[in-house]
Write a protein that binds this ligand. Structure first.
Ligand SMILES: NC(=O)c1ccc[n+]([C@@H]2O[C@H](COP(=O)([O-])OP(=O)(O)OC[C@H]3O[C@@H](n4cnc5c(N)ncnc54)[C@H](OP(=O)(O)O)[C@@H]3O)[C@@H](O)[C@H]2O)c1
Length: 315
């Protein structure tokens, strides 16, 4: 609970993570102001919408979470790459301008700016904490520029958190929905070698961690937004198939992923063994620390009710 009716500004509040953040924040006592490029109808948890296409108006806002970003899970054409850049580095720059237009005492006290574990680049079995060096490759460089653009805010006073998000699991998440479909049909399987580490997180913990980071003044700089136990893709595959009670004997070779997804395939097989050291050391308690617990919540209950509905062999 916040001690007074403070207002949380969420840029990208209409997205998958933004909607869950708005719901959890308003349940915790925040007033939520959503920022969007196009006016939106009333939504659960969002008390007010402000349109922004240039510089956002942060009057009366205590803390800002920036979740804007063109989806990465598409073909990386030259046009798409321009949108990736403008919606991340360009948008963060406009947010810095919005903050600089307020007097120091009127500015929000914290900015949480989205980033991604992709900043570490391909790293095999290396354990990646927030202090680990960042990596190379297209996504790593995009994320580095994104984080650098948020540094302009620290000079203005607010505390800045750079939220290095992993693979977010939630019923409303596009990536998770796309992942479930082949598994439900019994066509699920590992991607590439299956040896790559997947830094997954349940959406409730991603959002819980962000609210914890806003409230806990000791958290600053990069924060890994992933669960304490990353899984290899082959183990993730096996556990997801078990939760759905379906086989997952197939494997999708990397060349087939490249043929279907172009350069985005490299992000699907990249290995990021990220661990949330900052969240754990600052006392955040994960609701879903293991993949079994997260999948039990997301697909287990539904699966149990489906099994109850199946007719018995005797009709
Ligand atoms: N979901 C994941 O697994 C994951 C993993 C790592 C990092 N992240 C990062 O976390 C952030 C939020 O993720 P999400 O899954 O909630 O994304 P999402 O559902 O796609 O929502 C992103 C929001 O960004 C705004 N947006 C989209 N395209 C934009 C553009 N071209 N220019 C400006 N704004 C744009 C949209 O808001 P309006 O249309 O209302 O303006 C949208 O609601 C993103 O930056 C994403 O890269 C997510």
């Amino acid at each position: 609970m916040t001690s007074r009716a403070e207002t949380l500004g969420i840029v990208g509040a209409s997205g998958f993570i933004g909607r869950e953040l708005a719901r959890q924040a308003s349940a915790a006592g925040w007033q939520v102001c959503g920022y969007t490029r196009k006016a939106k109808p009333p939504d659960a948890g969002v008390a007010e919408w402000r349109e922004w296409n240039e510089v956002p108006d942060f009057n009366g806002i205590s803390a800002v979470v920036n979740l804007a970003g063109e989806p990465i899970n598409q073909r990386w054409t030259a046009d798409a790459k321009r949108r990736f850049y403008d919606s991340r580095i360009g948008a963060t720059g406009r947010i810095v301008r919005g903050l600089s237009m307020l007097g120091r005492s009127e500015r929000p006290h914290v900015l949480v700016n989205a980033s991604a574990v992709g900043i570490y680049g391909e790293r095999g079995d290396e354990i990646l904490e927030e202090g680990s060096p960042t990596g190379t490759g297209y996504l790593a460089e995009l994320c580095q520029a994104w984080e650098d653009s948020a540094d302009g805010v620290a000079r203005l006073g607010p505390r800045v958190l750079k939220w290095r998000t992993g693979l977010v699991l939630g019923r409303e998440g596009e990536a998770f929905k796309k992942m479930l479909l082949p598994f439900r049909l019994g066509l699920g399987g590992r991607l590439g070698s299956g040896k790559q580490w997947v830094p997954w997180i349940h959406v409730a913990d991603l959002v819980g961690g962000i609210l914890h980071g806003i409230g806990y003044g000791g958290v600053t700089g990069p924060v890994n937004g992933s669960a304490p136990e990353p899984e290899r893709n082959e183990d993730f595959t096996r556990k997801l198939a078990a939760a759905l009670q379906r086989p997952a004997a197939l494997a999708v070779p990397e060349f087939a992923l490249r043929w279907m997804m172009g350069d985005f395939a490299s992000a699907m097989v990249a290995s990021h063994r990220a661990v949330p050291r900052v969240l754990l050391e600052s006392g955040y308690k994960f609701r879903f620390p293991t993949l079994e617990m997260a999948l039990g919540d997301l697909v287990g209950k539904e699966q149990a009710s489906l099994s109850r509905e199946e007719p018995s062999p005797r009709g």
